[in-house]
Write a protein that binds this ligand. Structure first.
Ligand SMILES: [Zn+2]
Length: 403
């Protein structure tokens, strides 16, 4: 590879475009990615991309844009989500104002991950300004719904056969690391049905809240410890969080109904059906050991499978090389305990790296941990410009020559 060291990225244009993306609110739920999609379509069409916009549900568009190379090269997909987490209550700025202070641009989703979308667009722009010839095709998939599991975004595109590529980069903020694995998630709702009675004569009823407590205790005392020997070199062991519980009506009635929610995080190699069966078996054993008459039902609300790519895959090595070329620094191999869209692409047989060389956190902190529930999200504009340069080098490295 002989990358052009002096790629000229239009930093002012990049900042203005990112600010426009941030000013198009897309908190999920409900999503409303339409305005962001329009901005992406306009800019990508201006660069010569052929655009397809699809909606998995009304008002939930995803954009698939393809820029054809001269032929004979591989196809490289860049995937980024347009939806953002809902802003927390403690913002000291307008979460959709795109306020710039110094080199920081503040906004909900500025870092996670409208910066990634903007960087990819301006990477292509810089190659065109430099007259760079590419043999391979570039696909940009700007998707809906990632922060709620991605089934209406990347999941839909994959199931409809709309994204076929030889390699992919999910442009999540990963800082100085290239991520090769993410955990999955299984959301279960456990519903207990008992029998109502007056609170003064509780022996006439069966208390569903008490039974829910027994199951939760069994999950914490038996199931959680049993998961600790499932180890991965880059990720924490599987976890279980009881995120919400509801049940009963008032002081003096025996609760005949209770329901609680489980967030079970899955390691690469774990299967959502098997993890659900573990919970169902535990519920059944608590029920069987109890002399009263009640029932328990476990419902799968949503699951996201885990994802993992071989660190020796070409796309991972190319991301690390591009990082080194632009920054002069070594890119680490990393993983995230959160869930991401990469598994949809990996499950479709597309080698996929997670790499967005921009962040708001100090080195070593996990971006998803830090932004969740935190106000005043920002991205460093120097990081975004750097990301555009690195993506441009990646495009040249992988697509310059025919296969
Ligand atoms: Zn994200």
């Amino acid at each position: 590879m002989q990358p052009t060291p002096s790629l000229d990225v239009n930093d002012a244009g990049l900042t203005a475009f990112l600010a426009n993306l941030v000013r198009a609110p897309s908190p999920n739920p409900p999503g409303n990615e339409g305005l962001v999609a329009e901005l992406m379509v306009t800019r990508l069409a201006g660069l010569g991309f052929e655009i397809t916009t699809v909606e998995a549900a009304p008002g939930r568009p995803s954009v698939v844009a393809r820029l054809a190379g001269s032929g004979g090269g591989p196809t490289l997909l860049f995937n980024g989500h347009m939806d953002v987490q809902p802003p927390g209550r403690h913002w000291s700025r307008d979460p959709f104002g795109a306020t710039i202070e110094g080199r920081r641009l503040y906004g909900q989703g500025a870092m996670d991950m409208k910066a990634g979308l903007a960087a990819v667009v301006y990477a292509v722009d810089s190659l065109q300004r430099a007259g760079q010839h590419l043999a391979g095709d570039i696909i940009v998939a700007a998707v809906a719904d990632e922060v709620c599991g991605g089934h209406l975004g990347t999941g839909f595109l994959v199931s409809e056969g709309l994204v076929q590529a030889d390699m992919a980069v999910v442009c999540e903020p990963t800082g100085d690391a290239v991520r090769v694995a993410h955990r999955g998630a299984l959301w279960l709702e456990v519903e207990i049905t008992g029998k109502s009675a007056h609170g003064g004569r509780p022996w006439l009823g069966v208390n569903a809240v008490s039974k829910a407590a027994r199951i939760i205790t069994a999950i914490e005392d038996e199931l959680v410890p049993s998961l600790q020997d499932r180890v991965h070199p880059l990720l924490p062991a599987p976890t279980i969080n009881i995120g919400a519980i509801q049940g009963g009506q008032k002081f003096n009635l025996v609760a005949d109904h209770a329901v609680f929610q489980i967030d079970r995080r899955l390691m690469p190699g774990e299967d959502a059906d098997a993890a659900e069966a573990e919970v169902s078996r535990l519920c059944a054993s608590v029920r069987a050991a109890d002399g009263e008459d009640w029932s328990v039902n476990v419902r799968n609300v949503m699951h996201v499978t885990p994802g993992e790519v071989d660190p020796d895959e070409r796309i991972v090595r190319a991301c690390r090389t591009a990082h080194q070329t632009v920054t002069g620094k070594h890119a680490a191999i990393g993983a995230t305990a959160g869930f991401e869209d990469a598994h949809f692409l990996l499950d479709a047989g597309i080698p996929t790296a997670m790499y967005g060389p921009y962040r708001r956190t100090a080195p070593g902190e996990d971006a998803h941990y830090t932004i969740s529930g935190m106000a005043d999200e920002f991205v460093d504009l120097d990081d975004v410009g750097r990301a555009a340069r690195i993506y441009a080098h990646l495009m040249i490295d992988l697509l310059e020559k025919p296969l």
